[in-house]
Write a protein that binds this ligand. Structure first.
Ligand code: NDP
Ligand code: DGY
Length: 326
């Protein structure tokens, strides 16, 4: 087969670093959904027809229907993300399609954003900024806009993986006293941050700050629910930078509005975008960001190049720099 016949569908405008690599690949005929907004389902199903390679985003649901629409040519799917919960992995595996993703290269950026979100939430930065703008700042007041500090605190990390560990490393220098973590298995690297592997219930009831950084799986879906929040301290702060579906948002709203927990910071929600009339957005003690964990110029450029290289490796049947082993 002529290498020129390798059809690739890219589901969004991506940073030029990746597009340059694809454009320079003689064997690729690239078609792009040339927009900053998501491809519609209908256009995705059309665009993928006959494709040998698909470069997608976390907002594209890659299920049996998409794989059927692509047909038997499809050799590789490369996602511009480390999370792969948007893909029907069992279906993909059954069809012998390889998957590329972007671990490691976004770890620092995401950990940094998570720490920023934690500090902004615990120290009430969005509220403070708003008060300066709306004239609510009348004087320095001893009891006004007080929050919670990390010094001497207990931090609990759910999922001490690449990003969870990078968050822990950044938080420890703030004077954290105990670092608890939970997950399926204890981690050897936890010793670097004096991490204590504990049952989830212990983490939830003893932590002053809880940070969710696990992957979304059937086991973690809805993990943070009414029972979870009811075990948290009233003074504790909850942070989620993994996936929105790990949290039951109705239960979180109840916990925040009733004073069961102190505050929450979310970089991820269900759905995304969160509707502007969503109840969580009415709460002063809830800080919501638009899924920007990995959003530095440099990180997105590197992710784009990695996703392109993964795609080419899959098309050529050679090594992919970051292939998902499933
Ligand atoms: P890793 O695979 O390195 O870490 C995932 C962690 O999830 C592991 O430590 C794993 O622990 C843990 N985990 C899995 N199942 C459970 C469970 N049942 N209970 C508790 N923990 C569990 O991935 P990364 O650190 O690279 O990324 C983590 C996630 O962060 C991604 O999957 C993605 O969803 C999200 N993400 C969000 C970003 C954002 O912009 N907000 C940016 C990048 C990633 P164990 O090994 O013990 O199972
Ligand atoms: C991911 O990579 O999974 C993030 O959610 C976006 O960078």
């Amino acid at each position: 087969m002529s290498a020129k016949l390798m059809k690739v569908f890219v589901t969004r405008r991506i940073p030029q670093e990746g597009m340059k690599i694809l454009s320079a690949a003689a064997e690729c005929e690239v078609s792009l959904w040339d927009s900053d907004e998501p491809v519609s389902r209908a256009e995705l199903l059309k665009g993928v027809q006959g494709a040998h390679g698909l470069l997608c985003l976390l907002s594209d649901k890659i299920d049996a229907e998409v794989l059927d629409a692509a047909g038997p040519n499809l050799k590789v799917i490369s996602t511009l993300s480390v999370g792969f919960d948007h893909m029907a992995i069992d279906e993909i595996k059954k069809r012998g399609i390889r998957v590329g993703y972007t671990p490691d290269v976004l770890t620092d950026a995401t950990a940094e954003l998570t720490v920023a979100l934690l500090l902004a939430t615990a120290r009430r930065l969005p509220e403070g900024v708003e008060e300066v703008k709306n004239g609510g700042w009348s004087s320095w007041k001893p009891l006004w806009l007080c929050g919670y500090g990390l010094s001497g605190s207990t931090v609990g990390i759910i999922g001490l993986g690449r990003i969870g560990m990078a968050i822990a490393q950044r938080l420890m220098p703030f004077g954290v006293k105990r670092l608890l973590y939970s997950g399926r298995t204890a981690k050897a690297h936890a010793t670097e941050v004096n991490g204590e592997f504990v049952p989830l219930d212990t983490l939830v009831s003893e932590s002053d700050f809880i940070v969710v950084s696990c992957s979304l799986t059937p086991e973690t879906q809805g993990l943070c629910d009414k029972a979870f929040f009811s075990k948290m301290k009233n003074t504790a702060v909850f942070i989620n930078s993994s996936r929105g579906a790990v949290v039951n948002q109705e239960d979180l709203y109840e916990a925040l509005s009733s004073g069961q927990i102190a505050a929450a910071g979310l970089d991820v929600t269900t759905p995304e975008p969160l509707p502007t009339n969503h109840p969580l957005l009415t709460l002063k003690n809830c800080v919501v960001l638009p899924h920007i964990g990995s959003a530095t110029y440099s990180t997105r450029g590197i992710m784009s190049a990695l996703a392109a290289r993964n795609l080419l490796g899959g098309l050529q049947g050679t090594e992919m720099p970051s292939e998902l082993n499933f």
